[in-house]
Design a protein around this ligand. Sequence first.
Ligand code: PMP
Length: 307
Amino acid sequence: NVSDAKERKVWFNGTMIPSGEATVPILTHSLQYGSGIFEGIRCYEGDGSSNIFRLKEHVARFLMTAKMYGLNLGYDAPEISRAIVETVKVNNLRSCYIRPFAFVDDDAISLGVGKKKVSTTVSVIPYDSIFGSKKSAGIRCKVSSWRRINSNILPIQAKASGNYINSIIAANEASATGFDEAILLSEGGYLAEGTGENIFIVKDGTILTPGKDSDILLGITRESIIDISRDLGYSVIERRLHRDELYTADEVFLAGTAAEVTPVVNVDGLVVGDGKVGRITSSISDMYYGIVTAKEKKYSKWLTPVK
Ligand code: PMP
């Protein structure tokens, strides 16, 4: 409820404050221009603890994004990691979504970040799936009429607020036309990804996913899914994928921190496979949940316990 949400603690430049007090003036540079940077991380309950999934990789990407966009946070990776663990702990949430966010905390009208003040924050929220109740039976996607941004336009490995305007306009189009999610093509017309998830297809028992040359954000979940799939004995190929391969796939799924493993059962009105969640998708999804909830000891290196 709202009052609880307001009481939740936010780590703000080194101090814990109630989230209701974590506010900014309207002219804040990052609010006006999209110069904020963020991460999306999850924490799951399991094995008598709460465990943050792939914290190191997320913190490294956060600092890489800061560098690309010229934001000097003044905190190193261990300090950001400690802030994240501390925020989860102080809010007493066993499983949650974690949102580190840094922004240009200055009301100047000029664009360049230069020496403007930067503030760094960590928020946590209880969170189920980005696709809610639709997720388990699979979602319906639309190939967007918008193209995914490419690295001639913006640094596409960076998670900066402004980058997401591309995803927002594609998501708006998908929902306005009755779909759950958009799939964007690269500038070259190959499959790229969802608005905040990477895409995988299954054909004749082989798993295929676009690679770096398809202008994708190389997601941490994507990398994890590739490892898991190979461990499960599947062959995984990273290559450029044509739009028709999406329509004729046996199975399609999306993968990302917020989406976890989300099956796709329909694309542009065409039924994927038999229209049900596929066998390989299910096996990968089951393994993924086993790992994040600390049941699969082999992958415990991916978990940071919050004691
Ligand atoms: N693509 C985009 C555009 C994203 O925003 C995200 C979410 N960070 C992903 C893919 C998935 O990345 P990850 O698995 O690291 O969350």
